[in-house]
Design a binder for this molecule. Structure first.
Ligand SMILES: C[S@@+](CC[C@H](N)C(=O)[O-])C[C@H]1O[C@@H](n2cnc3c(N)ncnc32)[C@H](O)[C@@H]1O
Length: 240
């Protein structure tokens, strides 16, 4: 078990892509993290089409990291939402980044600029707090729960319409893909809700299927052959 620590130390790859020193892995695709967020997590969850139908929509994420997935989601939400709709985005993160590292990582995406500024302003003012709950605009709230994902999720009294499963690679960060955690994800998904993830690792897929999801493969981002997505059926299949 890794000791609790406040600062998540990084190295910087070519093109200023952040690499975790704790996990020896990148936070997102070296090709284009924003495009990866759009393809894997939004499109993989049927967004923005699915939120168009609902007055309230809830997204949950394993691994807040740089906040890039949240920012791309917020950008698309701002462009597509209708008056009165509400989005709640909850992310579980054990090793929060320092504000200056987050700022450096997010700098390449100029179309996220004003949204990034809003996030960094809030992040820097509550760096040491275990719960970060912010109204980002009148229709968008962000909740970052700082802690080990399985424990934090067991205490989460809500369910999501869509899950972004974004731990580091399963080989380097197995805790983020374990059978008990995938069961927690399923149990915290609304009937008809979905998940998406960039990995297609066989044991992750099996953990998600055993938890109860209907899982399928689809084309991955930037030349990756496969990723997986899944759905929680509206009605549980009968056992008889
Ligand atoms: C691939 S990165 C997430 C990238 C992020 N979604 C983004 O948009 O930048 C994985 C994240 O999972 C976090 N993490 C790793 N193990 C964890 C655990 N057991 N519980 C909670 N968070 C964890 C890491 O600190 C890291 O920020």
């Amino acid at each position: 078990m890794m000791a609790n620590r406040v600062r998540h130390d990084l190295s910087w790859d070519a093109g200023d892509v952040p690499v975790s020193d704790l996990f020896d892995d990148t936070f997102y695709s070296r090709q284009d993290g924003q495009a990866e967020a759009a393809h894997v997590f939004l499109d993989g969850n049927g967004l923005p089409e699915r939120w168009a139908m609902l007055p309230r929509f809830s997204i949950a994420e394993l691994g807040f990291g740089t906040g890039l997935n949240f920012l791309e989601t917020w950008r698309i939400w701002v462009k597509t939402r209708r008056p009165g709709q509400q989005l709640t985005f909850t992310s579980f993160e054990r090793f929060p980044l320092a504000t200056d590292d987050m700022a450096r990582a997010l700098a390449p995406w100029s179309d996220l600029g004003s949204l990034t500024t809003e996030l960094l302003r809030r992040w820097s003012s509550s760096y040491s707090e275990p719960e970060r709950c912010w109204q980002m605009d009148s229709c968008t709230s962000l909740h970052v729960v700082v802690g080990e994902a399985e424990t934090a999720l067991a205490n989460w009294a809500a369910v999501a319409d869509a899950w972004y499963l974004d731990g580091f690679s399963p080989a380097k960060n197995p805790d983020m893909w374990s059978a008990p955690l995938m069961q927690q994800v399923f149990d915290h998904t609304k009937p008809g809700g979905r998940f998406a993830t960039y990995t297609a690792a066989g044991w992750v897929r099996r953990n998600l299927e055993v938890a109860g999801f209907q899982v399928r493969k689809r084309r991955g981002h930037a030349g990756k052959r496969e990723m997986i997505v899944g759905k929680k059926l509206e009605c549980e299949p009968s056992s008889g």
